[in-house]
Ligand binder design. Structure first.
Ligand code: G3P
Length: 224
């Protein structure tokens, strides 16, 4: 399973790239506006693209097809690894088709049903982003959308990648991985939580405290 980091924070991105755990980045207008402040968001995207080799999703703001295509083409000029994020809208699907024909990869965002994911794939999306956590928030089972979409894509050998988004906790990651989502995009705090287990902490504490009961030479390392 690929992990993308769902953030525009340069600090979090450079931490994650050092661990080699991250295969790409997803941003959205909310995340970019938080990071950009007074800066031009395009400069922030450029910086992100230079830190990460994999795909970096950048979202259009326009909602009509012509403007989305224009904006998508501009975003794609920022760097080769830009993937244009397009909202699941009738006009959006026209934009996806046009951008795909021009060789520009797209990620269809704000998907909340498996049939929306099927539509996005038929329009030519490279990635589709079902928002698991937000579906859970309204009392439905977000993971069902991943499960149904996986089955549909497998039935028809659809190559669009399922990018599980709006991930809120490690259990979402486990379930999406068991179903076979291609990618999970993780907020930095969720990525960090994936490494935690209380038994790891307790075990390490025990090892270190046992080691401290040894004589002074052991603490320094070399015994002669
Ligand atoms: O980037 C889209 C997405 O992952 C949003 O997550 O937590 O705002 O629902 P959230």
């Amino acid at each position: 399973m690929k992990f993308f980091l769902d953030t525009a924070s340069l600090k979090d991105i450079s931490w994650a790239t050092q661990s080699g755990l991250i295969d790409g980045i997803t941003t959205n207008p909310s995340l970019l506006s938080k990071q950009a402040g007074d800066l031009d968001p395009r400069d922030v995207l450029k910086e992100i693209c230079s830190l990460v080799e994999g795909p970096v999703s950048a979202e259009v703001i326009a909602v009509d097809a012509d403007a989305m295509v224009k904006e998508g083409q501009e975003l794609a000029k920022i760097a080769e690894n830009i993937v244009v994020k397009i909202p699941m809208l009738e006009e959006g699907m026209i934009a996806v088709r046009r951008l795909a024909s021009a060789g520009i990869r797209t990620n269809v965002t704000l998907c909340f049903s498996s049939v929306q994911c099927l539509i996005a794939a038929k329009a030519g999306a490279s990635y589709v982003s079902p928002f698991i956590g937000r579906i859970d928030d309204v009392g439905q089972e977000g993971m069902d959308v991943i499960r149904e979409t996986r089955a549909i894509y497998d039935n028809y050998a659809i190559a669009t990648e399922i990018l599980a988004a709006s991930i809120r906790h490690p259990r979402h990651v486990v379930e999406a991985a068991m179903i076979g989502a291609d990618v999970a995009t993780l907020p930095p705090d969720v990525l960090k939580k994936l490494m935690l287990h209380p038994l790891t902490d307790r075990g390490l504490e025990q090892f270190l405290s046992d080691w401290r009961t040894l004589g002074a030479p052991a603490k320094g390392g070399a015994r002669v």
